[in-house]
Design a protein. Structure first.
Length: 239
């Protein structure tokens, strides 16, 4: 890859060790069929094909048998599976960062991306890299909250309307320097961490929000598959 000397690498790390319980199917959602291929192939192919991404690690559940059966021919030697998934997403990310340690320098960028976000585009990656080019810490793709927000009580009655100004929905990739991210996760209460940025925030650093696309949503429930298929057809021209 066209690596300038002393330029930081861009390494993707894809947590894919979840069970997809909210999807309610026997196979984990990352292997659900989507637009003619297993869901996980979409984001992994997009990251592997991106010229600025040097290596792609995928964190899998120990004993995963489905990954090896997917079509990784377009990924070449950029792709590296790591069978070290943990109990939670954050544990999978942390285990993956430790397992990939020898291939990453402290100053390199790590882009953590959910396998369950298949509609990531090369343009999303370009925007993130461009916005964080001069950052010491890093940041994440996110979209401003568009709906009016309500805070409710346990009975589902509205108590309050919450001002949505300056509220964003965090997406992935979340991109941080390797040393910043691994230190933040080491110090964080891993059970309470739902994204990389929240661990980095706890160190006092301020990750930058980079405008993402609403199409880059996380497939969580069965009905999300049809929506993801439409997005892939429209924006990627894929089958
Ligand atoms: N993930 C992981 N290790 C875990 C849990 C989740 O690597 N122990 C991954 C998932 O495979 C997914 C991403 O983190 O790509 C986002 O997590 P989520 O959407 O919550 O997926 P699941 O945990 O699999 O789904 P659910 O919460 O419905 O069980
Ligand atoms: Mg989960």
């Amino acid at each position: 890859m066209d690596q300038m000397p002393n330029q930081p690498k861009h390494v993707a790390l894809i947590p894919a060790a979840g069970s997809g319980s909210r999807m309610g199917s026997a196979t984990p959602k990352q292997y659900a069929p989507l637009a003619g291929r297993p869901l996980i192939e979409h984001a992994v192919h997009t990251l592997c094909r991106h010229p600025r991404i040097d290596q792609v690690f995928v964190v899998l559940a120990p004993g995963d048998r489905d990954f090896a059966a997917c079509d990784w021919r377009c990924c070449g030697d950029k792709l590296m599976p790591l069978y070290c998934g943990g109990e939670t997403r954050a544990a999978s990310v942390f285990n993956g960062l430790l397992a990939a340690n020898d291939a990453i320098d402290g100053n390199d960028w790590v882009l953590v991306h959910d396998a369950a976000r298949p509609c990531l585009t090369a343009a999303d990656i370009d925007r993130l890299l461009a916005a964080l080019k001069d950052s010491e810490v890093g940041g994440l793709l996110a979209v401003p909250v568009a709906d009016t927000l309500k805070r409710a009580n346990a009975e589902g009655e509205v108590l309050q309307t919450v001002a949505r100004e300056q509220l964003w929905r965090a997406q992935t990739p979340q991109m941080f320097r390797y040393r910043v991210l691994i230190e933040a996760l080491r110090r964080a209460d891993i059970a309470a961490v739902t994204d990389e940025a929240s661990a980095v925030e706890q160190t006092g650093a301020r990750p930058l929000l980079v405008g993402g696309s609403t199409g880059n949503f996380k497939v969580t429930y069965p009905e999300d598959l049809a929506l993801a298929e439409l997005v892939l057809q429209q924006f990627h021209g894929k089958r």
